[in-house]
Design a protein around this ligand. Structure first.
Ligand code: IPD
Length: 277
């Protein structure tokens, strides 16, 4: 019997590679930058072009499937995860990096069936690293299996997080206070590469023990979520309980012990849900 979701995943890998080529080429040219929710929430013509390319190519092969795409939602499309097979796309995760030529930029394609994530493809296109995972079948980078770190002592960890794009001073204070709490545990270090998906892939690869952020969107994390879990990691909502794709918060960790320890140090602040009416 044909494995339809494997066909879909193979298609995702191929289209992510093509999209990555476009992103790499665009890096050599002048980039026209526009703003979305705030003056530091950036979008470029490349984000839009790449998303259109991915959606058009998937639609041709799987006409009945649904889409949630970062730029389509910015254009007013609904951000609703239904039971229908749904492609969750971030054409350029790390747009600010892209604009500045900071070399961590990823094309992210997640795929959910009946609201459960089935596979994830994250192509770090400057590094030429193709991260892939399918539910129950392991996680890989360029075909090599991924495994999270085995560390259980928080004092021996690197924790990743981001400053995000909210510049409300009260929110920035909370972000700094959370980082201070983590840093002073103490941990070996706090890092962030400017792409939620790549921070999560670094958890999957065992290079950092955990990543947390408040303010991300479902398209930043859907693909990488499968990669973290398939590499043996855990996903949680920062308020406790399982990860909620639409909640704008995430904790991805190598194990429960480290994950829970990070959660106790992070104070959650409000961010409007992705699926808010
Ligand atoms: C952003 C990046 C960034 C994170 C932001 C995201 P985008 O995604 O993942 O690291 O801090 O919260 O919105 O806008 O570049 O796709």
């Amino acid at each position: 019997m044909t494995d339809l979701w494997q066909e879909a995943m193979d298609h995702a890998v191929n289209v992510a590679r093509k999209a990555g080529e476009i992103v790499r080429e665009a890096l050599q040219n002048e980039r026209k930058v526009m703003c979305k929710s705030t003056s530091v929430d950036l979008v470029t013509q490349t984000d839009q072009k790449v998303e259109q390319l991915i959606i058009a190519s998937v639609r041709e092969k799987f006409p009945s499937h649904s889409f949630i795409g970062e730029e389509s939602v910015a254009d007013g499309q609904p951000c609703v995860l239904s039971e229908n097979p749904t492609w969750i796309i971030d054409p350029v995760d790390g747009t600010t990096n892209f604009v500045h030529g900071y070399p961590f930029v990823a094309v992210c394609i997640g795929f959910a069936v009946e609201k459960t994530l089935e596979f994830g493809v994250v192509y770090s296109c400057i590094e030429d690293k193709m991260y892939t995972a399918r539910r129950g079948k392991g996680a890989f980078c360029n075909g090599e299996p991924l495994q999270v770190s085995q560390q259980k002592d928080i004092n021996q960890c690197i924790i990743a997080t981001e400053f995000g794009s909210n510049r409300d001073p009260a929110v920035v204070d909370k972000i700094f206070s959370n980082m201070r709490n983590i840093l002073c545990l103490p941990v070996h270090g706090v890092r962030g590469v400017g792409s939620a998906a790549l921070n999560m892939c670094l958890v999957a690869a065992g290079s950092v023990e955990a990543y947390y952020e408040i303010g991300i969107h479902c398209w930043d994390i859907a693909a990488a979520a499968v990669i973290v879990e398939e590499a043996g990691g855990v996903l949680r909502d920062l308020e406790g309980g399982p990860m909620d794709l639409m909640s704008r918060r995430i904790l991805a960790a190598n194990n429960q012990t480290i994950g829970e320890r990070v959660i106790t140090e992070v104070e959650v602040f409000p961010a409007e849900r992705d699926d808010a009416p």
